[in-house]
Design a protein around this ligand. Structure first.
Ligand code: AMP
Ligand code: MG
Length: 390
């Protein structure tokens, strides 16, 4: 059996970076920038006032100095003229500083009577002027790759970048397998349960930037599973869930092999998620996840998310582990790497008491996967451990 690290390396070989496409700026959030973009203008494009007040010559600023107001400069409507000695221009935030002026006395420091203002409080040295290009200048770059956040979108808008080159979204087809499964909202028979894995994985993978298609549930028959694979046509990655073990109804291996799957590996030395299968069918990567809901989600975090990021050409493919101190002791670990559902809080980290891989209620309470190396000895409270935030 291979390690988690070896499995990741093999999984990365199954996918490659996808080509880019151009999207409208308003659709760019969450996408991965595929090429550098650059500002075509300076911001602000002119020296601008940062306050409401009066634009004057700085050499004339002193207590009780008096100025004649000769006009107004508002945002979007500049003063057409020049400020001479003893003159002031009424100015508002964001408005261009008129020629001849190099200081804005804030409104609060003045008294106005008709056309005349007097400086009633001595201003400090701050000019209240934003120089042209102080935010960014033409040619300022946003470098790819970069997962675009709301802040990046705002910056690109200010840079007048209306169309954004981003990595195409990886298309992932999710296939639940099992006669016992029905879709949420359906009425299950007495022996049936609701398919949960595809919904959890869709949420996880779409948050990472994939486009996920949930296919109809495949029954535990060769023909039903084959049909599901046919429906997955066009996906960059096909993920089956369940049916990957050695039971009589575990048909994923047989059916995918029949469809020409070149197997990369089967089984990883880890808990949960041991019976994971991976390979390639033609150009499409295929991963067969174990069916137990917690196993499927943990494998989603450890393997599918990095594969998605790899296809997107993201700057960071693996989420780095973090460290925390145990608030409760841990028993020794067995021969497999263990990803324990755990709760991280201000006090430290503690493993959830029941680690059964079918318990979604435990997973939903957890916010971390506590990582135990193979044969990790028993650990007392206060020991430092590694974890992956979830
Ligand atoms: P299998 O690997 O098919 O034997 O499935 C292992 C366990 O996971 C069984 O208890 C299945 O009922 C359950 N299971 C499989 N697929 C899903 C799914 N999509 N949603 C929820 N449970 C599942
Ligand atoms: Mg099954």
């Amino acid at each position: 059996m291979i390690t988690v690290e070896e499995a990741r390396a093999l999984l990365f070989d199954l996918v490659s970076q996808l080509p880019s496409e151009t999207v409208a700026l308003s659709d760019a959030a969450g996408r991965v920038l595929a090429q550098d973009v650059q500002a075509t203008r300076d911001q602000p494009p002119f020296a601008a006032s940062s306050m409401d007040g009066y634009a004057v010559k700085s050499t004339e600023v002193e207590l009780h100095a008096m100025f004649k107001v000769i006009g107004e400069s508002a945002a979007g409507r500049s003063f057409q003229g020049s400020v001479g000695p003893g003159q002031a221009v009424r100015i508002f935030t964001g408005a261009p500083i008129p020629e001849g002026a190099d200081f804005v006395v804030i409104q609060e420091d003045t008294e106005r009577r008709g056309d005349l203002i007097t400086i009633s409080d001595l201003p400090g040295p701050k000019t209240n002027i934003r120089p042209a290009g102080v935010d960014f200048t033409a040619g300022t770059k946003i470098s790819a790759p970069r997962r675009l956040r709301a802040e990046d979108v705002a910056l690109m808008a200010a840079m007048n970048i209306a169309a954004v080159p981003v990595a195409r979204k990886p298309v992932i087809a999710l296939i639940s397998t099992g006669d016992e499964l029905v879709m949420p909202g359906e009425v299950p028979g007495p022996d049936q349960i609701i398919a949960s894995n595809t919904f959890g994985l869709k949420a996880l993978l779409e948050e990472a930037g994939a486009h996920v298609r949930i296919l109809p549930i495949a029954q535990d028959t060769v023909s039903s599973l084959r049909t599901a694979f046919e429906l997955a046509e066009g996906a960059d990655l096909v993920v089956t869930i369940g049916g990957a073990s050695v039971g009589d109804y575990d048909l994923v291996s047989d059916v995918s092999t029949g469809l020409g799957m070149e197997q990369s590996f089967y089984k990883i030395r880890m808990r949960p998620g041991k019976p994971l299968m991976a390979g390639r069918i033609g150009q499409t990567a295929m991963v067969g996840l174990p069916g137990n809901p917690v196993s499927a989600m943990v494998c989603g975090y450890l393997f599918l998310l990095p594969m998605v990021r790899r296809m997107l050409g993201a700057e960071q493919v693996l989420t780095p582990f973090q460290t925390a101190h145990l608030t409760e002791p841990l028993a020794e670990n067995g021969p497999r790497e263990h990803y324990m559902r755990a709760i991280r809080d201000e006090a430290g980290i503690r493993a959830c008491p029941d680690q059964d891989s079918s318990l979604l209620s435990v997973l939903a309470q957890a916010n971390a996967l506590l990582v135990r190396p193979p044969h990790d000895p028993a650990r007392p409270a206060d020991d430092e451990v590694q974890y992956l935030p979830i």
